[in-house]
Ligand binder design. Structure first.
Ligand SMILES: Cc1ncc(COP(=O)(O)O)c(C=O)c1O
Length: 396
């Protein structure tokens, strides 16, 4: 018989992460859930089959493994329900398709994760949705952009690559007066450092590929909705048949157990590196919300409980022609850092950011934007590697 989990509702973060989602007494006392590979589920009789009156009905509609992860995420997000999808990008595109129809207007933050913009500018536009980008620092000023047919406002804070902060509560208050849905890509903070639904967001989106996975080997997305918006999300998920795989769901739940410990390490190390970068002659600016002189710092301090391991800096260049050669010299000299796109894993990574698709928050003039993911290596080794990069770029 299943034991009660009521005590978990008021427990601390680490306790929730350790015990969330699954009750060992549900499966012979094993502390981890079974990995259920499933398409067919049998019904005991024709009546049960007709009415679908049993917990599991078909592999795409959930299994004990995916339920364990969805429940764990609901406990962290405070959401009414969570769906699993095969990537973080699908965790953006599926809710957009759930809530938007032809003739609707959608407002998307200009500092959005770039492939989201691609989805909006291609598929959404082709389906007859009017897409408009807005300044991340607009706050309550979003009122001026609302139209009678605005149905969805998408937020992401901090913004991808340039880390602008958004006043999520102020935006949600305005948007709700217009009966629109507010979505947020909260991948950077995870629900441990920012809980979107507590700030008025209706639908919280995560690339679980990043910190929940933590080991650069799993792709998965989660979408969690409040009670008002859960039925439409569940319906769209069922209609599209784009579900998370059981082995991946198991690994993400496994990752959640240690996510807070890993995040604390990423937070500490990344901040140390960011502070060190601020002192370097080759750096024009450091774009990290936890630094007191960063423009969005006050919002971060007010609303967020921590910062993860990803931030950017502007590599100073004394002339426009030198921006790219200096950036390439910097990146090519790195030995510990890998050059790779994803983040949230154990290893440090660097990327030369391309801001050409921005409509409002365009590229920096004083140098290349380099995004760093600070991994779990020793900070001294990370800094020693960055020193190699600065020496190489100074020689250009
Ligand atoms: C902010 C953000 N959201 C979503 C995604 C998409 O995640 P995935 O790589 O799982 O598609 C990424 C990936 O880099 C991201 O940075």
């Amino acid at each position: 018989m299943s034991k009660s989990k009521e005590w978990l509702a008021t427990a601390g973060t680490n306790t929730k992460l350790c015990h969330g989602g699954y009750e060992p007494s549900d499966y012979h006392g094993f502390v981890n859930p079974p990995v259920v590979h499933a398409s067919t589920v049998l019904f005991p009789n024709a009546r049960a089959m007709e009415t679908r009156t049993q917990r599991y009905t078909y592999g795409t509609r959930g299994t004990p493994t995916t339920d364990a992860l969805c429940t764990a995420i609901d406990e962290l997000e405070g959401s009414a329900g969570t769906i699993l999808v095969p990537s973080g990008l699908a965790a953006i595109s599926i809710p957009f398709l759930a809530y938007l129809s032809s003739g609707d207007h959608a407002l998307i933050v200009d500092s959005v994760y770039s492939p989201c913009r691609h989805f909006c500018d291609t598929m959404l536009t082709r389906l007859g949705v009017e897409v408009e980008y807005y300044d991340p620092e607009i706050g309550a000023g979003i009122e001026a952009l609302m139209r009678p047919n605005t149905r969805l406002v998408h937020t992401e804070a901090p913004g991808s690559n340039t880390f602008e902060m958004q006043d999520i509560r102020a935006i949600a208050e305005v948007v709700h007066r217009h009966d629109c849905v507010v979505t947020m890509d909260n991948t950077w903070a995870t629900p441990l450092y920012f809980k979107p639904l507590d700030f008025g967001v209706d639908v919280s989106i995560h690339a679980a590929t990043k910190y929940p996975s933590g080991h650069s080997d799993i792709l998965m997305g989660t979408v969690s909705a409040n009670a008002k918006h859960w039925p439409k999300l569940l319906e769209a998920h069922g209609a599209m048949g784009i579900c998370g795989a059981p082995d991946d769901a198991y690994q993400i739940l496994r990752g959640l157990r240690t996510m807070n410990l890993r995040l604390e390490h990423h937070f500490r190390s990344a901040l140390k590196v960011a502070e060190w970068l601020e002192e370097q002659a080759g750096v024009a600016r450091v774009l990290h919300p936890a630094l007191p002189n960063f423009p969005g710092h006050e919002i971060w301090k007010r609303d967020f409980k921590g910062a993860s391991g990803v931030f950017s800096f502007v590599l100073a260049a004394d002339s426009p022609e030198k921006v790219k050669p200096k950036a390439h010299a910097f990146l090519d000299a790195l030995q510990l850092f890998g050059l790779g796109w994803s983040w949230g894993g154990y290893e440090s990574l660097a990327v030369l950011v391309n801001l050409d698709d921005r409509k409002i928050r365009k590229g920096q003039k004083d140098g290349a934007v380099i995004r760093l993911q600070i991994g779990l290596e020793n900070v001294e080794d990370i800094i020693a590697d960055l020193e190699r990069g600065f020496a190489a770029s100074a020689a250009v």
